[in-house]
Design a protein around this ligand. Structure first.
Ligand code: C5P
Length: 224
């Protein structure tokens, strides 16, 4: 029997990352931040001196890169080929690059087995865009988080400000909408809710309430 999986998909800024972390911690389950893998491919390609158009090179790096997610207290330190890239994968440049990488079919297939390997006992919370549709279609609980683009841009603005980065909110909204557009229009694994996903609109709802809602659904399905 493979381990049970809860998939949490949705657009950038929908709260997926935080909610997935909280749910995984509450259940004592593993966590897969699949977006980090696409970010890692982008950073690996930039470090290799490659351009986003070089699809075969990106796919080769996606297959070869040595990645370690190291939990340190509340945070996760991310290692790429022995370098700490925790911050480097979160920059705006890396964000834009990651959605270019996500549109390359060969990159997506190179990452598939790596993602499925995270499904280990006692269970996995998988955060991404296609967790419920492509990577873990058999998951017993699928959540699709949404929120208005304005609220998502505001959340991102707050996060960046807390890190001391000053970014114009109008620019953030524009980048976020461009990323949404690319993620939902691409031919392979576009961002869509799985047919059997529970859609949760988080606009105006706090993290604690959303987490509780997901945990309640998990209990109702006998997962917790
Ligand atoms: O979730 P995060 O914002 O870190 O994801 C970065 C990018 O990686 C997304 O914009 C998307 O293009 C891509 N991605 C994807 N499939 C996933 C997770 C992320 O295509 N499962």
């Amino acid at each position: 029997m493979t381990a049970p999986v809860i998939t949490i998909d949705g657009p950038a800024g929908s709260g997926k990352g935080t909610i997935s972390q909280r749910v995984a911690a509450a259940l004592g389950w593993h966590l897969l931040d699949s977006g980090a893998l696409y970010r890692l491919v982008g950073v690996a390609l930039m470090r290799d001196g490659g351009a986003p158009e070089e699809e075969a090179r990106a796919a080769r790096l996606a297959g070869q890169m040595d990645v370690v997610f190291e939990p340190v207290g509340e945070r996760t330190v991310v290692w790429l080929n022995g370098d700490d890239v925790t911050e480097a994968i979160r920059t705006e440049v890396a964000s834009a690059m990651s959605s270019r990488m996500g549109a390359i079919p060969a990159v997506r297939s190179a990452l598939l087995a790596r993602q499925r390997a995270f499904a280990q006992a006692p269970g996995l919370v998988a955060d991404g865009r296609d967790m419920g549709t492509v990577v873990f279609p058999q998951a017993p609980l699928k959540i699709f988080l949404t929120a208005s683009a304005e609220e998502r841009a505001q959340r991102r603005h707050k996060q960046l400000k807390a890190k001391g980065e000053s970014v114009n909110i109008a620019d953030l909204l524009r980048d976020l909408q461009a990323r949404d557009e690319r993620d939902s229009q691409r031919a392979v694994s576009p961002l869509v809710a799985a047919e059997d996903a529970v859609i949760v609109d988080t606009t105006g709802i706090g993290i604690d309430d959303v987490t509780e809602r997901v945990l309640l659904l998990a209990r109702q399905r006998g997962l917790a």
